[in-house]
Write a new protein. Sequence first.
Length: 352
Amino acid sequence: MKKVCFVAGLCAGIGLSLGTAAFASGSIQAVLFPSKVNFLVNDTVRQMDNADNEVLNYNNKTYIPLRTFADSMGAVVEFVPGSPETGGHNKINIYSGMSASTLGKQDPQGYVSYGSLTIKQTNAESKTASVTGLLKVNKPLTGKKIELVAMNAEGKRIGSADIDMWDRLQQGDIIELNQALYLSGSISSCQIEVKDSWALTTRDFFHDGMLLMNEGLVFGMGSIDPSKGGLVQTLQFKNQGGKAIRIEPLNVEYQIVKIEDGQEQVMFSHKLAPLTGEVPEYGWYEAKLPVWNLKDSDGRPVTPGTYVAKIVIPDGLQYTVEGSAEVQTLSRLSRFTKWEYDIKQDDIDSVP
């Protein structure tokens, strides 16, 4: 058989099952595999045109062009070229029994598309609901949070939840949604919004012992998680009171510093978008804190030692409570503002 050399592209492999070929290098050597390929779909037979669609054999598996296969089976192929925004990977989406138009809704800025939303609320008195559907990433989500918003029949917001995917979602990704919502009424519809740095979650009640007052920041102790790419920290602004509050702009900077000989050296810093406006009763805003990859500002792995994750926040924050014009001040925003870590070489080696 004639040997050919081709660059890895859109092919479907047919052995005992159907799949796509994954290639470790930029090109491979395969052989032409003359074949008559028939597609039997809904009692019809379609024969593949071999003139423009050569069949190949590689590693004892047969490959035909993926787009030709999908088109013949009534599916649609979408190809997103590899880029820094996709993590360097080509993204291939195959729509079967649906089309890209199924994801016909978008957030106002077009960061994500979504569709096929199914809402399940047991009854009008139920305070919980589940929402399933599909979500596609159209633009890089660096520094962004995805918020699922529940609306009643009059279009009033009655609940919301942070769709927390950490830093896993990249441009071109499509995921299944399965999100729980706590509600203050009967849900009629949902929409998805993409926010700068903060996303809102509401509950019917909660109590957090980390809060000094009914309102404030909660900066939790983090951990090194290699599956998420480094040191993961959490930060929320919470309101566990029974009334909504309205806060002035809150500016937060997240920093990683190395402690050496009593001196601090900044390894990483990130300023969050200001948080301002209403915080509903029994609700909280979750911040998008970047995962620190245990590298310095030049992108080099750090050396073992003592490191501190901290938030730089104002000394106080002014706010008003629903139903009152009196301006109050939170004089101490957070019980904890820093956490210290003894980072070892094994921790550094564990992060990709």
